[in-house]
Design a protein around this ligand. Structure first.
Ligand SMILES: CC(C)(COP(=O)(O)OP(=O)(O)OC[C@H]1O[C@@H](n2cnc3c(N)ncnc32)[C@H](O)[C@@H]1OP(=O)(O)O)[C@@H](O)C(=O)NCCC(=O)NCCS
Length: 150
């Protein structure tokens, strides 16, 4: 299955199912979706339904002041397909896209239940934990380094 760029609407069903537990009326639109550079990547099944999604947007982080930073949002894999490498493939793809956009660092609000996933891909877990929509989180950060001469 291939990672492709999609419109934001293609992410909503999976965001709702996986990240909002299918709760009716949950907001699956993020304010960052409105950003003109917002990027949405997905892996789709044979029916064209997204089974893995992630979004990214330029956004600074106080953890790396002055660094060109992108933020990931809405990382989700269809429950029946979790644990088969789809998330890793998508995360690697979005990291490369962000790198291509000039990101020096990428960050996200990582759910505590998913921190091991980010750590496995080389991300650092930083700072104190915090609550978002009733779910414990930590900030996860990936430093991409700066190429020589930049
Ligand atoms: C977290 C999530 C995106 C990972 O996607 P996935 O397709 O299930 O993960 P993969 O199969 O690609 O796993 C890649 C590696 O991370 C590990 N991993 C995956 N999920 C993990 C988790 N929750 N905790 C610890 N390790 C995890 C896998 O064991 C695998 O390790 P390996 O490299 O040794 O084989 C997915 O499980 C998901 O959508 N979870 C629910 C929503 C969520 O938590 N989203 C993230 C919000 S910050």
């Amino acid at each position: 299955m291939e990672v492709e760029e999609v419109g934001v609407e293609a992410t909503f069903a999976l965001r709702a199912k996986v990240l909002r537990a299918g709760v009716e009326g949950s907001d699956v639109r993020f304010p960052s979706d409105e950003h003109p550079q917002a990027l949405h990547l997905a892996v789709s099944d044979e029916h064209g339904r997204a089974v893995a999604v992630v979004s990214a947007v330029p956004a600074p982080t106080e953890r790396r002041p002055g660094r060109s930073a992108w933020r990931l949002r809405g990382m989700a894999v269809e429950p029946a397909l979790q644990g088969r490498g789809l998330g890793a493939e998508l995360l690697d793809a979005v990291v490369e896209r962000c790198r291509g956009e000039g990101a020096e660092v990428i960050w996200a609000d990582g759910r505590d239940s998913a921190l091991g996933f980010y750590r496995r891909r080389g991300w650092a877990v930083e700072g104190e934990g915090y609550d978002k929509i009733g779910i414990p989180h930590h900030t996860v950060v990936l430093d991409l380094g700066v190429e020589p001469g930049r």
